[in-house]
Design a protein around this ligand. Structure first.
Ligand SMILES: O=C(O)[C@@H](CO)OP(=O)(O)O
Ligand SMILES: [Mg+2]
Length: 401
């Protein structure tokens, strides 16, 4: 029933206005799945390779589509993804492009679910999934690679850890985003938004901490449940390998100072989450920081692990971080993303399923998070390509997908 009869690929727009790859997978019994690849700006050095969409589409048409059509079953995700790897033949998808691979992988999963008549999360995770929902981490203020002339720290993330439901959590993050607009206006910092919809004021990190802290407390009082906040430092973007220092607009920190700075921030603001506080090559510094504050907060590896089980294994051995960011396009297939989550869970690492700064309306990651019982999802707070995932979570909770 799920035998793949056609794979169609095209260029569509992403949220930055850049082209990206969209795939349709059709099956023998009329099953249909469509998915599109997201795209990063602060990409990790060890990510699978994204090729220019036109080239990635041509490569996939030549090498992958013939292996799938009439040969593979959309309902068998491991088989589809193994064929994508075989068609590529490299260890980083540099021949097909991870953008073509991930679009086909996710579209096949949707086609498989369509034939079964099951919601995607259930096809991927089984019938016992759909009871637990991830806590959404919502980007409310940011800069780094996502906005010019804004904060050094890439993302300040609202984290409604005490929300009674995913719907309450999603609305709480939007309320924090709105409260921050008011505080910025009061302080005379009118500003636009960065790539992920977060406010991108021209202020220093210290002032951003004050504002986010105030907004989170105000909304917490309003809604009556606990809201914390966290960061994506995107440390690799601040790190200068020649001088071995972290370069901020107003100061420079060596690795020990960076560790101490982050540990102080965790203490001062009771941060519930800190992603990529250090450079992507520095497992040792990650282990040191995790040792200091890992009992109180999540230290998450994004550029450090790039959703790659080999790099995660190294981190587990060294005690580097205690959670992993999961981005299917960093590794190229849903199977690889699943394997990373399973390895993380088996070793007590929390998974945070994540969007990219360049996104589409595709909501696969909402289903992936529910299917794997991931405790967190990071997918923005506002903006159509972000709310596509947040609203899908609300629909899943309402049994309406
Ligand atoms: O660093 C990150 O975590 C992501 C998403 O927020 O950004 P990008 O997609 O630009 O890598
Ligand atoms: Mg990151």
């Amino acid at each position: 029933m799920t035998l793949i009869t056609d794979v169609r690929l095209r260029r569509v727009l992403d949220s930055r206005g850049n082209p990206t790859v969209e795939a349709d997978v059709l099956t023998e019994s009329g099953g249909f799945g469509r998915a599109a690849a997201p795209s990063g700006a602060s990409t990790g050095e060890y990510e699978a390779v994204e090729r220019p969409p036109g080239e990635a589409i041509a490569a996939a048409r030549e090498h992958a589509v013939p292996r799938l059509v009439g040969e593979a079953y959309a309902g068998n995700q491991r088989e589809v993804d193994a064929l994508l790897h075989a068609a590529d033949g490299t260890d980083d998808f540099s021949k097909l492009g991870a953008n073509s691979a991930v679009a086909i992988s996710m579209a096949a999963a949707k086609a498989g679910a369509d034939v079964l008549g099951a919601p995607l999360f259930q096809h991927l995770g089984g019938t016992f999934r759909g009871q637990n929902f991830p806590i959404p981490l919502g980007n409310v203020v940011g800069g780094g690679e996502h906005a010019a002339d804004a904060t050094d720290i890439q993302e300040f993330l609202a984290a409604p850890v005490g929300a009674p439901s995913v719907e309450d959590a999603v609305f709480a993050n939007a309320a924090v985003h709105a409260a921050i607009a008011d505080l910025l206006a009061e302080r005379d910092h009118p500003c636009g938004k960065g790539d992920e919809g977060a406010w991108a004021p021209s202020i220093d990190d210290e002032e951003a901490f004050e504002i986010v802290d105030e907004a989170v407390s105000a909304v917490e009082d309003e809604v009556g449940f606990e809201i914390g906040f966290g960061l994506d430092v995107a440390g690799a973007e601040l790190y200068d390998a020649d001088s071995e220092t972290y370069e901020y607009s107003d100061t420079t920190r060596d690795t020990d100072e960076q560790i101490a700075y982050i540990a102080d921030l965790v203490e001062e603001y009771d941060l519930v989450y800190v992603e990529d506080p250090l450079d992507e090559d520095d497992y040792e510094a990650f282990a040191d920081l995790t040792d200091r504050v890992g009992d109180r907060t999540l230290i998450c590896g994004d550029d450090l692990f790039v959703t790659n089980t080999k790099r995660l294994r190294e981190g587990i051995e060294q005690g580097a971080a205690n959670s992993i960011l999961i981005k299917p396009n960093q590794i190229g297939t849903l199977t690889d993303a699943f394997d990373a989550i399973e390895l993380a869970t088996a070793n007590g690492y929390d998974s945070v399923v994540s969007h990219r700064s360049g996104e589409t309306e595709d909501a696969t990651i909402a289903h992936l998070a529910v299917a794997t019982d991931a405790p967190f999802i990071k997918t923005g707070a506002v903006g159509g390509e972000r709310t596509a995932k947040l609203n899908e979570l609300i629909r899943i909770a309402d049994d309406a997908t």
